[in-house]
Design a protein around this ligand. Structure first.
Ligand SMILES: Cc1cc2nc3c(=O)[nH]c(=O)nc-3n(C[C@H](O)[C@H](O)[C@H](O)COP(=O)(O)OP(=O)(O)OC[C@H]3O[C@@H](n4cnc5c(N)ncnc54)[C@H](O)[C@@H]3O)c2cc1C
Length: 415
């Protein structure tokens, strides 16, 4: 069923009794051409496998409910303000897919290009931001370097004269913004299901079957499933699941928290990030401020955080917006991040025939969801990387071709 003004009117006139569920609840079949594990980027991958490559005998296996991972736990920010050649075209392709996504999968994902502003607080930081903005513009990505008065005109309530972190300006990407994260999972799920793909919830993969160096299937909590190709997109569980195939990944699992305040009147109409610490904030349509910052700083599989990280994040927020001291935090949650050693993702095939990897998204894989699914589908369908994900090779760590956008070194907690 296509969603349109006509279907809305028709269903309204018949008491909304005839809407079909957005996706089926199929039993797993004994065999598929492709099995994808994980219902975040995995749903986007399945969608593009069907749409772009005509491969529809596909199952997406999810150990919990659909979209229960980081795709439904993030702070919803999208942007393509990257500097390095290996990253910039990939994230810009993602931005272009976001721009047409709702029409493409016929679902309202509340894509809102409200602008992402990164503040800078010193002259060297301005130079670094100018360089990044120039690299973006050379690649055809929008970027504007704002001075202090430009920023003041947009956000007068920021603490411009903080003695320690005075605001000197910002780098603005107007096409950046926010997207309702659950709706992205639901939209891709509906689009994939409509094309015949089976989405199987409450189905954890417990083993990977390999014969003569080739994937032949998976063991799951709902039985064995054979497949010709297997794609893993399991974020914080990547090391655990790859180990089932005997692969040791350069990934650490860390918890990252997000916070939501009580509802306020419209206050912050874009996304603003603090440049002297790690703090980012936007305001949802319901009025809550959505914000986050650094990882908790220890390895964990628990999807909840602790108070020291909360205190650290909120201190950053109050250094940027003193009025936050009067706002109450309503709730917080955590997600398990797949932190790679250079802060960049991996989208690649492995040395095991038919086994493909999508992981290492660190803090920033939500904005990548469309391009990640698109490139992973390409890699699985054609058994080779697209040029957009050519830099995201697993062997880059061995070959010394790290993609360290932040220049922080091989320390996951710094990315
Ligand atoms: C608090 C927080 C804030 C963030 N903010 C942003 C942001 O503002 N912008 C941004 O771009 N990114 C952000 N991110 C990062 C982003 O959310 C992730 O990088 C991205 O969603 C990862 O997508 P994924 O599909 O790899 O993982 P997920 O969405 O986590 O999907 C993986 C799925 O695999 C399933 N799974 C795991 N093991 C198994 C198994 N054995 N069998 C079956 N299924 C399994 C899990 O249940 C999970 O649903 C944030 C993350 C967090 C936690």
């Amino acid at each position: 069923m296509r969603y349109s003004i006509f279907s809305l009117a028709r269903n309204a006139l018949t008491g909304h009794k005839h809407w079909k569920p957005a996706w089926r609840q199929p039993e797993p079949k004994p065999e598929y051409d492709v099995v994808i594990v994980g219902s975040g980027h995995g749903l986007a991958t399945a969608y593009y496998l069907a749409k772009e490559h005509g491969i529809t005998n596909v199952a997406v296996l999810e150990k919990s409910w659909l979209g229960s991972g980081n795709i439904g736990r993030n702070t919803t920010i999208i942007r393509s303000n990257y500097m390095l050649p290996g990253n910039n075209p990939f994230y810009e392709w993602s931005m272009k897919l976001w721009e047409g996504l709702e029409q493409d999968f016929n679902f309202n994902a509340m894509v809102s290009q409200r602008g992402v502003l990164n503040l800078f607080h010193s002259d060297p930081q301005r130079d670094a931001f100018a360089r990044r903005g120039n690299a973006m513009r050379i690649d055809g990505v929008d970027a504007e370097l704002l001075d202090r008065e430009d920023v003041r005109a947009m956000y007068p309530f920021l603490d411009f004269d903080n003695a320690r972190f005075p605001i000197k300006g910002g780098l603005l990407q107007r096409r950046g913004g926010t997207v309702r994260h659950d709706a992205v999972a639901w939209g891709y799920a509906r689009g994939a299901d409509t094309r015949g793909i089976d989405i199987i919830q409450n189905c954890a993969v417990t083993g990977i079957n390999i014969e003569k160096g080739k994937v032949v299937g998976v063991e799951t909590t709902r039985g064995s499933i054979k497949c010709k190709k297997l794609g893993l997109a399991v974020a914080g569980n990547s090391s655990e699941v790859a180990a089932m195939a005997g692969i040791k990944l350069p990934i650490e699992s860390h918890v990252l928290q997000a916070f939501v305040s009580e509802g306020l009147k419209p206050y912050i109409d874009g996304v603003v990030t603090f440049g002297a610490g790690h703090f980012y904030v936007s305001q949802s349509d319901k009025g809550g401020l959505i914000f986050g910052g650094d990882l908790d700083g220890y390895n964990s599989y628990a999807r909840r955080g602790n108070l020291p990280a909360m205190e650290h994040v909120i201190e950053g927020g109050m250094a940027m917006i003193p009025a936050l001291s009067r706002v109450k935090v309503l709730r917080s949650w955590g997600g398990i991040m797949d932190m790679s050693m250079d802060g960049s993702p991996i989208i690649d095939k492995t040395h095991i025939e038919g086994l493909y990897l999508n992981c290492g998204w660190c803090y920033g894989g939500f904005k990548a969801t469309p391009a990640s699914g698109w490139c992973f589908a390409w890699t699985i369908a054609r058994n080779e990387a697209h040029k957009l994900n050519a830099a995201y090779r697993l062997d880059r760590f061995r070959r010394g071709l790290m993609l360290d956008e932040k220049g922080q070194g091989a320390q996951p907690n710094l990315h």
